[in-house]
Write a protein that binds this ligand. Structure first.
Ligand code: UTP
Length: 297
């Protein structure tokens, strides 16, 4: 029987320069969609997929993240006294069992592959998940859970994938497909950030992965790739060269690139409209905004 995947790595050591000046003193992962920080969406998705050990790869200036997952006894006592049970429930989702969460440090941002490699000792010889908190995915069944189900059939390596416009391939890792089975595709190559004219397809990798420990071993070589960074894509592609299976998985859901300002704004609108307590007021407001814009044109 295949062993269940119970460990996930959350690389959160990047500089988040696209959100400066906000990210000068606040980690990007603490930026908030409606009332929950990006990291909370990622943790909830991991929990739903059966993850039990949460490994954060952090860097200087990220202590707000560690505090976020600590108990807050004074706050809880105060809410209890005031009978604010709903808020207490909301707070509970931030509580982590002692020992379930671990932090390792990436001293310098040398790339996503390097960040993942920093967690090698905590991963050991097990398959593991990687979640990029920038990619927030609204889905009936959370994306990583969908991938775990596929993985229980296929084993090997699985990366979340979605079709992107041809002129945007240079923003992504792109898959070279050998067999298209619908939601799963068998991959024969992966290219990091290819220009549109050399991209092998328009099926792009986004921030959810289930990987074998061999990928971690490939990262040991610390080979520099695109942009002079140690790329996770390269370490996964090496597995294809070694004859080991790599699959792309077309997930069901809507992905928002919350690492970019436009994507973050789109997610804010979508998640605001999805909230029953905000929907009506927010819809009216957006309608008014559009009418005002039309009138001004
Ligand atoms: P990004 O490419 O979005 O970089 O990293 P960034 O630093 O977070 O943001 P910008 O581009 O400067 O605005 C993708 C993911 O990989 C992590 C980031 O934290 C983010 O979750 N990462 C990237 C690391 O943990 N370490 C790195 O060396 C690079």
């Amino acid at each position: 029987m295949k062993r269940k995947v119970t460990k996930a790595i959350f690389p959160v050591a990047g500089l988040g320069t696209r959100f400066l000046p906000a990210t000068k003193s606040i980690p990007k992962e603490i930026l908030t969609l409606v009332d929950r920080p990006l990291i909370q969406y990622a943790i909830d998705e991991a929990r739903a997929a059966g993850i039990k050990e949460f490994i954060f790869v952090t860097s200087r200036g990220k202590s707000a993240l560690e505090d976020y997952f600590d108990d807050a006894p004074e706050l809880e006592t105060s809410l209890r006294k005031k009978g604010k049970t709903e808020l207490l429930e909301a707070l509970k989702t931030t509580n982590m069992d002692s020992g379930a969460i671990a932090y390792v440090r990436q001293n310098r941002p040398m790339g996503l592959g390097h960040a993942v490699w920093c967690a090698r000792r905590l991963i050991g010889n097990e398959s593991f998940a990687v979640i990029l908190t920038d990619d927030v995915i609204a889905a009936e069944k959370p994306c990583l859970e969908q991938m775990m189900e596929a993985h229980s059939e296929t084993g090997g390596n699985i990366v979340a994938a979605m079709e992107v416009p041809h002129d945007k391939t240079s923003s992504y890792g792109v898959l070279d497909i050998s067999e298209d089975m619908g939601s799963l595709v068998r991959v024969k190559g992966m290219v990091e950030k290819p220009a549109p004219d050399v991209a092998p397809s328009n099926l792009a990798v986004i921030g959810r992965y289930i990987l074998t420990p061999k990928v971690m071993q490939n990262l040991n070589k610390k080979k520099e790739g695109a942009g002079g960074e140690i790329q996770l894509t390269d370490a996964i592609a090496e597995e294809i060269d070694n004859g080991n299976p790599v699959y792309g998985f077309r997930f069901r859901g809507q992905r928002y690139d919350c690492g970019s300002k436009a994507g973050f704004l789109q997610a804010t609108v979508a998640f605001g409209l999805a909230r029953p307590d905000l929907r009506d007021e927010f819809t009216d407001f957006l309608g008014d905004m559009m009418a005002m814009r039309d009138a001004a044109e």
